[in-house]
Design a protein around this ligand. Structure first.
Ligand code: PLP
Length: 373
């Protein structure tokens, strides 16, 4: 009989998909993890021109085209004053592949990976796939990750911890002080900090800080992507940034698993990163307006919800049976326990959906709240 690998046995299909399947066709979908905006025209044109000229026909260098890696390096300088050698970047198939490379290249069998709970569903799954041991840790009341919680969870078996700001599913943004602490912890305990920054540009209050800026060793690596910033989830283009020795290790996985990121997507990403950034600002402004609408609506309905300062999610505390009631009334939300055991009693709402639909959904959620209380 053919056997299945144990490390895949522990991976279950995301709870999010189950909710979509249960929803009717006319449901208002607040379950989506992707912006409801078009990819900027200049990014699309970058791919179209590359395809028509034949430049996108062949494999690129394994790490990605030199021009794209230059554009990523320039982005870090522009945004954070960070000097990144383009040789220390791998263009990947979305942030997902970048996370996969980071874990595959750094986790030995059984070693622990600490990550936020509730947290992005891939952290647990990719840790299993890398044959590591997931170690989810709880959040503060405001749904940020306390560096002290991470530090307390570190043992001799810890390979890495994951920080995600702005965060999915909570919309929480870590402070600069927290990011400095995460860098210190990575340095002092000699564990890897994987900073998942795919929502880095969707911040409403203050700004995003990367622990990469504060680390004194090469124990911080950064994962990011075009997916959320440029509404390019379908293009599958992300990257990982780290020291040269870490990049070379991750390249061993990427080279044989992927060869290179899709060439047309690389040209689109280069155009997105080097072209006008107004579409990003417009999208973020719209998300902020909707965030306020959602906060007001949920608070008026009597729900407690920490103020999300980034991404496009809100995570209210909800009474028992609330998610089912809301779904029955035609609004899709994701039960918080799809993001880890500590997510029980919460729901994730995405406001990457039209304002009118959001208003309707908020009314329905208020009715559902009255019904289950
Ligand atoms: N990290 C977080 C926190 C996410 O929410 C997502 C997607 O939802 C990803 C990474 C993966 O992004 P990509 O679509 O670029 O693979």
């Amino acid at each position: 009989m053919t056997a299945f690998a144990d490390r895949v046995e522990h991976v279950s299909i995301s709870g999010i998909r189950k909710v979509f399947e249960a929803a009717g066709e006319d449901a208002i979908n607040l379950g989506l993890g992707q912006p409801d905006f078009p990819t900027p025209a200049h990014a699309r044109r970058g791919a179209i021109e590359a395809i028509e000229s034949g430049r996108a026909d062949a494999y690129t260098s394994n790490k990605g085209t030199p021009q794209l890696r230059e554009a990523i390096s320039a982005k870090y300088d522009r945004d954070y004053g960070l000097e990144i050698d383009p040789a220390d970047v791998i263009a990947t198939s979305g942030g997902s592949e970048a996370l996969h490379l980071a874990l595959e290249a750094h986790v030995n069998p059984g070693e622990e990976v600490i990550f936020p709970d509730p947290g992005f569903v891939s952290y647990d799954a990719l840790t299993h796939i890398a044959d590591g041991t997931p170690k989810p840790v709880g959040l503060r009341d405001d749904l940020t990750l306390d560096p002290a919680t991470v530090e307390d969870a570190i043992t001799d078996e810890t390979a890495a911890f994951i920080v995600n700001s702005p965060a999915n599913p909570t919309g929480a943004v870590q402070s600069e002080a927290d990011m400095r602490e995460f860098a210190r912890i990575a340095d002092e305990h000699d564990v890897l900090c994987i900073s998942d920054e795919v929502y880095e540009h969707i911040v409403f209050e203050g700004e995003h800080h990367s622990p990469l800026k504060f680390a004194e060793t090469d124990n911080v690596i950064v994962v990011s992507a075009c997916s959320k910033t440029y509404s390019m989830t379908g293009w599958r283009l992300g990257w990982v940034v780290g020291s040269n020795r870490r990049i070379e290790r991750m390249l061993r996985v990427h080279q044989y698993g992927q060869a290179c990121a899709s060439a047309p997507a690389q040209f689109a990403a280069e155009a997105a990163l080097t072209g006008p950034q107004e579409p990003v600002r417009e999208m973020v402004d719209t998300f902020e307006e909707r965030r306020d609408l959602v906060l007001d609506g949920l608070t008026d309905a009597g729900l407690e919800v920490p103020t999300p300062e980034g991404a496009f999610y809100a995570m209210p505390k909800v009474p028992d049976g609330w998610c089912e009631e809301v779904l029955e009334r035609g609004v899709v939300v994701v039960p918080g326990d799809a993001f880890g055991a500590n997510g029980a009693g919460y729901a994730r709402l995405s406001y990457a959906t039209g304002t009118e639909e959001l208003k309707e959904a908020l009314e329905i959620m208020a009715e559902a709240t009255r019904a289950v209380r």
